[in-house]
Structures are given as C-alpha cells and as structure tokens.
Design a protein around this ligand. Structure first.
Ligand SMILES: [Zn+2]
Length: 138
C-alpha cells in the first residue's frame, strides 16, 4: 500500500541514516543503523548484533582489525603532538620525557579503544551499505 513505511529503515531508502548520522550514533554508543540500544557489551567488547534492528556488528573473525588500526593511528597522532609539546614547551630531559609520556600514551590508547570500536562499527555499516547498494544497481 502506498504511503506505508516499514518500522526498520530500509538500507536503500531515503530513510537510511546518512554517513554523518551513522557516525554520530555510533560515537554516542548507539546502533549506527537504528539509533537505539548500546553497541558495547562491555568497555572492550562489541555486541554481536543490535538487539533492536539485528544489525550484525561482528560479522567474521578479523573484521574488527580496522579498529586496531584506527586506535593505533589516533594514538600515534596523540603521541606526535605530545612529543612536540614536550620538546618545545618544556625543559625536560629525554628520560623524564619518556617517563612522563609513556604512561600518558598508554592511558590515552586505553581511553580511545572503545571509541575506535564504535567508530569502526559505523564505518563497517556504512561501507557495507554502499557496497550492497552498488551490487543492487548492477
Ligand atoms: Zn540497530
């Protein structure tokens, strides 16, 4: 019947979330597709799938390798900024700089890992959606 819409957003319809909306939802710990629920089972464990819309977050083993790369990239940028700040703005010697910087870098990566997991879940959702849409247009 015309005018009726399904309760779940169709992957190929205008109701599907934009890339920015999907990223924003994941960043705020919600499902990138439906925007409800929490995507983390615990601080460092992603749920298998969304309890509301069924979106699978962990499709295969190794699928979350990207989150490790994302965490590494973000941590390396933080480390580079930290090194520049310590080098140009302090008078610390090398040993003191390492003694101060190393715990900060470890703490930073600990804090950023859950954020990377959420962002990566949204990246997987968005890239899968774009790939499926391209497959359907063939
Ligand atoms: Zn969902």
């Amino acid at each position: 019947m015309a005018g009726m819409s399904s309760p779940e957003p169709d992957e190929f319809s205008a109701e599907a979330p934009t890339i920015l909306r999907a990223m924003g939802r994941a960043f705020s710990r919600r499902c990138p597709r439906c925007g409800t629920g929490d995507i983390l089972e615990s601080r460092f464990k992603l749920l298998q799938s969304c309890s509301d819309c069924g979106l699978c977050y962990r499709k295969e083993s190794g699928a979350m390798t990207g989150q490790m790369y994302l965490t590494a990239i973000i941590t390396e940028i933080f480390t580079a900024v930290l090194v520049l700040v310590v080098f140009f703005l302090t008078d610390l010697d090398t040993l003191s700089s390492i003694a101060l910087g190393l715990p900060l870098v470890v703490l930073f990566s600990y804090l950023v890992l859950p954020i990377s997991m959420r962002i990566w879940a949204a990246v997987e959702y968005v890239t899968d959606r774009v790939g499926e849409a391209a497959d359907h247009s063939l």
